[in-house]
Write a protein that binds this ligand. Structure first.
Ligand code: IMP
Ligand code: MG
Length: 177
């Protein structure tokens, strides 16, 4: 059996998302397209674009879907684009949004994809950062919370497709029967 130990409440997340929106608004000039990396970013992105709007910055929304194969807790590092390519005008600033930056392989793959297609100005934002696990040479511009190397679920983030709908963030713990 497993239980989820809460690490950030819905209220704590909401406060941090508002503060992140202020940080982003202070750094972005011109028109913004927010690109969510599916599926894990969908809840965070929905809250972030509304926080940006309240902070005075409207955005277009696109998605891209990456896969690093399977439902394992450790990503393999082999990242591929599955599904369609996001539709972005080259003159817009792109904010790439993901749930977690772990090894950094996913985000750095997505940045390279966009650069190759002609996007000039790319910034990155993740709700969570596990700095101790980094492999790729990427610095995320906006981070919600830095966390230790623990497996996190909730607020859009899954373990084998479970737990995405939890309104808070937590760590899955095994419980002996
Ligand atoms: P990276 O390519 O290693 O940076 O992995 C990033 C992706 O791995 C995230 O977008 C998540 O989909 C997944 N991931 C990394 N850590 C966790 C976790 O603790 N819980 C759930 N998914 C995770
Ligand atoms: Mg992901």
């Amino acid at each position: 059996m497993s239980t989820v130990r809460e690490i950030y409440s819905a209220e704590q997340i909401a406060g941090r998302v508002d503060a992140l929106a202020d940080e982003i608004v202070a750094r972005v000039s011109g028109s913004l397209t927010v690109i969510g990396v599916l599926k894990g970013s969908f809840v965070f992105l929905a809250d972030l674009v509304r926080a940006l709007e309240r902070a005075g910055l409207s955005s277009h929304v696109e998605f891209l879907r990456l896969s690093s194969y399977g439902n394992k807790q450790k990503a393999s590092g082999d990242v591929v684009l599955i599904g369609g390519y996001p539709d972005v005008d080259d003159d817009r600033t792109v904010l790439l949004v993901d749930d977690i930056v772990d090894t950094g392989n996913s985000l750095s793959y997505a940045v390279k994809l966009l650069q190759a297609s002609g996007t000039q100005q790319i910034m990155t934002c993740t709700l969570l950062d596990k700095p101790s696990r980094r492999e790729a040479d990427i610095e995320v511009d906006f981070v919600g919370f830095a966390i230790p190397d623990e497996f996190v679920v909730g607020y859009g983030i899954d373990y084998a497709e479970d737990y995405r709908s939890l309104p808070y963030l937590g760590v899955v713990e095994s419980v002996e029967d």
